[in-house]
Write a protein that binds this ligand. Sequence first.
Ligand code: ZN
Ligand code: ZN
Length: 425
Amino acid sequence: MNRVIGIHQFKPDKVWKWKLLEQKMAQVLSLHDYQEIRLSVLQDYTEIVEGITALMHEDEATQATEGIVSLSPSDGNLSLLTLRPEGTISVLHYTAQIVKDSDVHRFYYIGPMFRKGKESLPSEFHQLGVELLGSAAVVSENEVISLGVKICQQLGLRDVKLQLNSFGCQDCRPHFFEDLHSFLKEHESELCADCFRKLSTNPFADTGCTNSKCKAVYQEGPMVLDYLCQSCRRNFSKVKKIQANLAQYIVNPKLFKNFAYYNETVFDFVIKVNGQEQVIGGGGRYDYLSRMITGKNIPAVGFYLNIDSIFETMERRGLFMSPDKDFSVFISTQSEDLDMMLLQIAQELHDNNIKTVLSTDKHSITDDIALAQKAQCELMLVIRDENVREGKLLMRDLIKEHQDYIKLDGIIDAILLARKSLNKE
Ligand SMILES: [Zn+2]
Ligand SMILES: [Zn+2]
């Protein structure tokens, strides 16, 4: 049985940061009228494979299929499942069911995705996916790109840069493919076998090769931007023109994507990590995918953000401001007969939005004070038989280290007053 690597265990010291990150993203998305969609972590294997490989050549499709974490049912049932490797395909299928003429839908999803990583071990990673479906207008590309930049900036990643390229359309890019193939054949001996194979099957492949010789060779090769038809050229100019007013960008004619389904505008979001450029997200237009997998024509544009990378960068840059600690009251009783009262008082405090920490065992008052301090409570209430009989409770201020009796029928008032004097309102 293979190990699953990169399993995320969210311990409490990380969860508050993770939630803050999600909240900030959700806020920006909501302002732009994007609705959250919650996709199942289990997906239909056939649907996913058909979606991912829809516009791939055979070699590449085999490789992509091998990267999916499929689940074999032990009861021999043939309907195979897979752990969700991405979200676009499910969103397209869902949209195809609900879309009516000229409807535009804006969706986003956040959550874990699974693929096989190093040594074919399954790995878990987190993604935000954003999709704008039903519009072929250039402005929708700008909307989505600006939204991605805005989210990064709101998270404090102010150095985020945009890189743009165009993959052309079905009319113009076949000429680029032809020329690239002849170029590759001519230079086969100068490229490593991997680069040659990947680029021959997908001219837009990100080969991931670090060999400087390979890089030098394909820097010389044909560039898709030189092959754009009039319409693609016009659209790309418009994207750049609008973007120039909104954010900094560079055109990177060598910006490639491993997913073959993009057309026209493609983009990456890049930040600097230890002086190196790191891609933290990206996306593009994918007008042809829906027709191929759903039978419906739904022009679309979308992007992903790699939340694991963003989280790490935010931690390293100290961008998570810890929230103010809640004011809280420690409550203890000195006998089991008073447990009912302990819970009633706690309930009354909760009704007034005051956080409580309850002592579960009976301790000496000194031990209880130590526990209350460890729990970082500001106040402590001690319920004792002899005091209750006289209609009072002991309240200790753990900050000012001072204590007093308060009336049983005035607990909330006394606590609110003490909180005010501690400026913890
Ligand atoms: Zn074109
Ligand atoms: Zn190479």
